[in-house]
Design a protein around this ligand. Structure first.
Ligand code: MG
Length: 167
């Protein structure tokens, strides 16, 4: 077992590493933010989107959600969960909903417009979200797809709030 300070220190590093390991680059999430926000901010650059994603990723609540969700995805892939949770997560059972609730802990941070963005992107599934939802990959991303959508939604809200403050 790690001592407390070491565990805290490892959280951000590991959350970022695991996203990468599961096929999600920060740039992929920034592209989702761009997709959500370009119509409202005509001069928006991908760098603005990247910066907002970085700020969201630096939050402890977000790192905790990433670690928890990806861990469950990996255990489901390795068939190491107990039933019935193993089957529920492995087949991404529609009525389960805990993946979305975990994602809401991320969306919540930047207030209620985040939920609109989250709902929209979850329906459209652009870019990396389409890839994560491709069941033919053999990988389990039951939690990760919602987490990535939530990070993009939170970063979009952050960007929108800041733009509003400037105007
Ligand atoms: Mg899901």
């Amino acid at each position: 077992m790690l001592e407390k300070n070491k565990a805290i220190q490892l959280t951000e590093e590991t959350a970022r590493e695991w996203l990468k390991k599961r096929g999600v680059e920060v740039k992929d999430i920034a592209e989702l933010v761009y997709y959500l926000q370009e119509k409202y901010h005509p001069s928006l650059s991908i760098e603005d989107c990247l910066e907002n994603v970085e700020r969201v990723l630096s939050k402890r609540e977000v790192q905790n959600a990433i670690l928890t969700g990806i861990q469950l995805d990996i255990l489901a892939e390795q068939k190491k969960l107990e039933e019935p949770l193993q089957s529920i997560i492995e087949v991404d059972e529609g009525l389960y909903g805990v993946d979305e609730i975990l994602a809401f802990s991320i969306v919540n941070i930047y207030g209620s417009i985040g939920f609109t963005n989250y709902g929209y992107i979850d329906k459209q599934k652009p870019g990396i979200l389409a890839k994560l939802n491709d069941k033919s990959s053999g990988q389990c991303h039951t939690f990760l797809d919602d987490i990535v959508g939530a990070i993009a939604a939170a970063a979009s809200s952050r960007l929108a709030h800041r733009a509003a403050d400037i105007e």
